[in-house]
Structures are given as structure tokens and as C-alpha cells.
Write a protein that binds this ligand. Structure first.
Ligand code: ZN
Length: 341
């Protein structure tokens, strides 16, 4: 039977916003030639839910890949709003095939009903004010998860930067506004994503946050010393907080040589899963594909590569209950704990 996956991170909304401006809903349900995700392929791969990132891409990148979008010169908050609108339209115009989820019970119900579970996540609070108004507005609009920054600095801190190989200790930690954002997100019981945090911001968050620590899409630094990956000390802190790490399928986050080479074996994903489980235990390891945001192994290809990945893990002696936990259960548990409905 097809194992159902709940995924911690993907950039489908960015892809739709950049490249399917006129009819993102139709593109998603009819099928998209490029990228890793669309509804038909998700069905085929057993992708049944996940956190869908809203993200303000660097203007120079938008200019390069979608000049029509760049010409609109939209403010960051407007870009985030438009991407949230796309997510909501996917649910509203899905003829019952997808639903926006605000609670862990909503996610469980989607799973039971064979409906795609959509959770709204903000990757980089660019354009947010310091006193929590934007956070409040997005919370009211249905957003339940936030990473304060991506790779570039904003008023809340600096993302982890630096070339491969490098430590995640790449700069200063949270600003005062960043600390306030953590407190506000805690008050709303929102998920706080540490995936793009440098080490100081990570430890600031570990000290300040009352919620389990979650890295939605990061791997083991011990196997691939890319600054975006987590050191064993960070993994232990996540474990001790009751948190979760979603394994990232990006070649550059998997390979010991840090290259984006797509000629990467699925075994490399297996190695990261094994290391994360060795350090944290199997209650804390999940999937965080980063589909549509990175280059993945040719052997995985796209979301239809999930069943072959699980088949490989089965051959490495993961039993059904370990796979269920990895593919779904750990996200379900940690979201329930964080959102406290
Ligand atoms: Zn990311």
C-alpha cells in the first residue's frame, strides 16, 4: 500500500506565483511539466499533506526568471498575501480534493478522508513590522507556521550563510525584534522554523521559545558540512525539546562533497535519516523535502520518487511502524503539541 507522506517544506506556491500567474489552480490540478510537485504526481507519490511555504524571492532572481512578476514591483507583504491567496484558492477550487488545515485534527481528518492537507507557512518574515501586526494578520488569515528569516538579513536576524564546507555559526543571533517575534509566535502557538537560522539565532530560539524546536527542512552537518545543516549538538537540543527535523532532499544538503550534482544515490538520504535517528531517536525524524526549492537526486526525480525511497528504507530494515512515523506520525504529533488546540 502507498505510504502517505506529510512533508515539512516545499516551494510549490513560489513556483505557481512565479510561473503560473494566470491560472495557478488549473496548473496545479492539471499537472505541471517542470518542478517536483503538482496534484497528479502527489497522488502518485502518496504526498498527502504538508507545510506550504510562502516566500519573498530576491528581486534579482524574480527579474531573471519571471520579468512579468518583477515589473509589478510588489511589496513583500503583498507577495506573501498573494501566495496565501493561491494556497486558499487551491483548497477552495479543488472540488473537495484539498483543504486548508488550522489544527492537527484538521490534518488527521484530511488523512482519513483522502484529502490533501495544506498548512500555510511563511519562510522569511520580510516586510513584517516589529510590533506583531503582520504576524497577527497572517495568523488570523490561517498561517500556523513561520521561519523569521531565509538566507538574507531582515529586521529579525540573519539567515545562515557561507560557502560549503562551513559551520552554521555564520553571524549574529536574533535582534530584539527577532526575540519579540519568537515570543509572539509562542503566544499564538505557531510553529517556529529554525531551518534557516544561523547557530546563534538557533540557540537564542532554543533559550527563548517555549515550544518544541523544529527544523522543517535540514540535514545532518556531520555527514554534509553545509552551513544550513544541523550539528549534533543542535540535533540533541531539538530532541530534548521534543521537536522534529524534516530531512531535506536537496543534493547540496545531502552529499558529503556539498555539490548540487543530481547523480546522487537515494542511499545518501538514507544515511541522513540513519544519522538523525542515531542522535535523536526515531520520534524526532520526519520528511522536509524542499521540493520545488532545490535540485534533488535524479534517482528521486520528483514527488513520485517517495515510494522508491521508502522501498529502499524497507530494504534497510525499517519496519512499517518506523516508516509511518517518519512519513507522517512525527509531524502529526509535533504539530498537535505546538498548536495546542
Ligand atoms: Zn528553505
Amino acid at each position: 500500500m502507498l505510504l502517505k507522506t506529510f512533508d515539512g517544506h516545499n516551494d510549490l506556491l513560489l513556483n505557481l506565483w512565479l510561473h503560473h500567474r494566470d491560472d495557478p489552480v488549473r496548473a496545479f490540478f492539471a499537472g505541471i511539466e517542470k518542478g517536483h510537485l503538482d496534484f497528479p504526481r502527489m497522488q502518485q507519490g502518496g504526498f498527502a499533506g504538508g507545510l506550504f511555504a510562502m516566500f519573498v524571492p530576491p528581486p534579482r532572481y524574480v527579474q531573471e526568471v519571471a520579468p512579468q512578476r518583477a515589473a509589478e514591483k510588489l511589496a513583500p507583504l503583498e507577495i506573501l498575501r498573494q501566495q496565501l491567496d493561491i494556497l486558499k484558492a487551491l483548497a477552495a477550487q479543488s472540488a473537495g480534493r484539498a483543504r486548508l488545515c488550522l489544527t492537527a485534527a484538521d490534518i488527521a481528518a484530511c488523512r482519513a478522508d483522502n484529502v490533501l492537507a495544506l498548512v500555510a507557512h511563511i519562510e522569511g518574515a520580510d516586510g513584517f513590522d516589529a510590533d506583531g501586526e503582520a504576524l497577527e494578520a497572517f495568523y488570523q488569515a490561517g498561517v500556523r507556521s513561520i521561519g523569521p528569516f531565509w538566507n538574507l538579513p531582515n529586521r529579525f536576524g540573519e539567515g545562515v550563510t557561507g560557502k560549503f564546507p562551513n559551520s552554521p555559526d555564520s553571524g549574529p543571533g536574533l535582534t530584539a525584534a527577532g526575540e519579540a517575534l519568537i515570543a509572539a509566535a509562542n503566544r499564538h502557538h505557531m510553529l517556529i522554523d529554525v531551518s534557516h537560522m544561523n547557530e546563534k539565532a538557533f540557540w537564542d530560539t532554543a533559550r527563548l521559545s517555549s515550544a518544541p524546536l523544529v527544523a522543517t527542512h535540514s540535514n545532518a552537518h556531520a555527514l554534509c558540512p553545509q552551513p544550513r545543516n544541523l550539528t549534533d549538538d543542535q540535533l540533541r537540543a531539538i530532541r530534548d525539546s521534543g521537536g522534529v527535523v524534516g530531512v531535506n532532499f536537496g543534493n547540496a544538503f545531502l552529499r558529503a562533497d556539498g555539490k548540487r550534482d543530481t547523480d546522487t544515490s537515494l542511499i545518501e538520504i538514507g544515511k541522513h535519516i540513519a544519522h538523525l535517528i542515531a542522535i535523536m531517536g526515531r520520534d524526532h525524524v520526519a520528511i522536509g523535502s524542499d521540493f520545488d526549492g532545490i535540485s534533488v537526486p535524479e534517482a528521486l526525480k520528483d514527488v513520485t520518487g517517495l515510494p522508491p525511497l521508502y522501498a529502499l528504507l524497507r530494504s534497510l530494515d525499517y519496519d512499517q511502524s518506523a516508516l509511518e512515523q517518519l512519513a507522517w506520525g512525527n509531524w502529526q504529533r509535533v504539530l498537535q503539541q505546538i498548536w495546542q488546540e
